[in-house]
Design a protein around this ligand. Structure first.
Ligand SMILES: [Zn+2]
Length: 277
């Protein structure tokens, strides 16, 4: 009998430990599946129709994925208005819709480090001091359209969010850029190496991206104009990943033609092929 009680006790402890470990994940999954089952509000559909022409050209199954991702992102991520910016559903939906493009065909995961989205009416100024290699600290003042912080904040200019959504083919999209940084930052400091879904993909990813990054820097050093990739991508590997993400979603044909190996890596990373849209 005492053996029976010992076994029963062990079973209860094991069940409690499992619930403690799995509970929060299961609860989040349950909550998200409930959110995704809600009807998509007509007013939100109207925002997509008026503000995001790229949405209409998505295949129907991807439109559905984007709408469900919008519902979860709007429910889970706090949006905060800064410098007088008012947060409306239009702001939330337009930001979430463009961010959702980066989540297509992925297993669950909603920018897990992201705690707040801070929205400014227009370009905002940040002041920061940066130490250089000589130990000197330089103060810089720059007007930014967006910024992504390792600590979980993402800053956006609403003017630039609107402009990025209105013109889906120019290779500039601040939402795609900053949320790409968030994906990159999920694996520690941003270094252009986001989660790829499989461990054996990283060697090829590093090889292709390093070669393309070096080629871009070489072109700029020789005074040449890169055919597709914006020169800002040459800043560092993290910016290279974020800028090429913009081209991947907005100019897939040009990127695939000029950089086929790079395009193939991004198609594997993002699990989608915008050439087919
Ligand atoms: Zn950046």
């Amino acid at each position: 009998m005492s053996t029976f009680f010992a076994l029963a006790f062990l079973a209860i402890v094991a069940a409690a430990a499992a619930a403690w470990l799995v509970g929060p994940i299961a609860l989040a999954a349950w909550r998200r599946s409930r959110i995704r089952r809600q009807p998509f509000p007509a007013a939100w559909r109207e925002v997509l129709r008026r503000r995001m022409p790229a949405f209409a050209r998505l295949p129907a199954d991807l439109q559905l994925q984007v709408k469900k991702h919008i519902q979860v992102l709007v429910a889970e991520k706090p949006f905060i208005g800064c410098a007088g910016q008012v947060i409306t559903d239009e702001v939330r939906v337009l930001v979430a819709a463009q961010a959702a493009l980066l989540l297509l065909n992925r297993p669950a995961g909603y920018f897990r480090n992201l705690r707040q989205v801070l929205v400014y009416p227009g370009a905002f100024v940040v002041e920061r001091s940066q130490g250089d290699e000589l130990g000197l600290t330089r103060e810089t003042r720059r007007a930014l359209s967006g910024e992504s912080w390792q600590q979980g904040q993402l800053l956006l200019s609403w003017d630039d969010v609107l402009a990025g959504a209105a013109e889906p083919n120019d290779g500039h999209n601040v939402v795609i850029h900053e949320f790409a940084h968030q994906l990159d930052q999920e694996r520690g400091h941003a270094n252009g190496s986001p989660w790829l879904g499989r461990r054996d993909g990283y060697a090829r990813w590093q090889r292709v991206l390093s070669a393309e990054f070096a080629a871009l820097q070489g072109q700029l050093a020789r005074g040449e104009v890169p055919p597709v990739i914006h020169p800002y991508a040459a800043t560092n590997p993290a910016e290279f990943f974020a800028v090429v993400s913009e081209h991947f979603f907005e100019q897939p044909a040009a990127l695939a033609a000029a950089h086929p190996a790079l395009f193939a890596e991004f198609a594997r990373c993002y699990r989608t092929d915008p050439l087919a849209w």
